[in-house]
Design a protein around this ligand. Sequence first.
Ligand SMILES: Cc1cc2nc3c(=O)[nH]c(=O)nc-3n(C[C@H](O)[C@H](O)[C@H](O)COP(=O)(O)OP(=O)(O)OC[C@H]3O[C@@H](n4cnc5c(N)ncnc54)[C@H](O)[C@@H]3O)c2cc1C
Length: 326
Amino acid sequence: MIKKRELVIVGGGPAGMAAALAAYKYGIRDILLLERNRCLGGMLNQCIHTGFGLEYFNTILTGPEYADRFIDKVCKIDEIAVRTGAFVADLTCDKILTVMQEGRFERIKARSLIMATGCRERTREMVHVAGDRPAGVFSAGFAQQLINAEGLLPGRDAVIVGSGDIGMIMARRLVLEGMTVKGIVEVEGHSRGLVRNFVQCVKDFDIPLYFRHKVLAIKGRDRVEKVFLCKIDDRQREIPSTEFEISCDTVLFSVGLIPENELIEKAGVAMDRDTNTPDSTEAGRTSIAGVFVCGNCCKIYDLVDAVTRDSERVARICAEYLGYPV
Ligand SMILES: Cc1cc2nc3c(=O)[nH]c(=O)nc-3n(C[C@H](O)[C@H](O)[C@H](O)COP(=O)(O)OP(=O)(O)OC[C@H]3O[C@@H](n4cnc5c(N)ncnc54)[C@H](O)[C@@H]3O)c2cc1C
């Protein structure tokens, strides 16, 4: 027989945890929180730098410290059943989830569903960088996980593609771990990241930042040996005779994030193709009644404090949908 739940939340990052706590506050008592990883916390677990919580807690925390504040609360509430190592593999339009855990599949019917599945990184292929396919090319988030969670260095001399927050934070991280960052390459004329990250992660460490440049090709037989760069104009066209090379053994791509919404798309939620988020007039709602989204799968946030606040708001909309007085 298929198990039924009042509210199922998919994703145990800051969004999913904030939604679970707020849903409990609004009176929902049968909450199931599903997380595919071994522990709750999502992206925050690998963000060991400070910069979290200034707006929500009025203090500066590391990612794991921020996550711990929610994990402690979530785990103390009996009515929030937490299952880690639980991967949601399928979702239907009538809110039936297929969950894989410890090699077994289980189906659960949710009366309401909040998706908090986060986002994934754009890849080298998506920004069309030509050249060889040697070892030493990573996404910035994966390199962050290697260093901060696994204790592994990705290489010695790095070039970083993209000057958003993740690219800049990783530049500083690599330097602090003893690597050399030969440059950050950015197609725009300015960084899209926070000013504080530009100052604290790039300027303070004298890392060369190549604005209006692009990586033409990556070269290397087994391991990355160099990258070819050129200057570009404001329409991102190559400026002739500006090509030069930088020798390096590592290239990190930090070229944007894509909301992770394949499950709801498969279930039939109407999607905005440009943003890969639900096509909805009110943030958090979807075209399927009772299915909501929050956190980075709803929109890509700069700061986790805003993720938390918006996820609490989505939990409120969900409680309203279920008929709880809010
Ligand atoms: C490098 C980096 C630096 C950052 N620095 C800062 C900073 O300084 N300050 C700040 O405020 N914010 C920062 N952020 C942003 C912050 O980390 C994110 O905004 C926040 O983690 C997003 O929360 P989320 O819950 O939406 O997503 P996530 O944290 O990604 O959580 C999503 C969760 O869903 C789970 N999941 C996905 N699919 C499934 C499935 N099918 N089944 C089960 N579980 C699933 C994932 O395993 C994950 O645990 C940074 C982010 C990065 C990547």
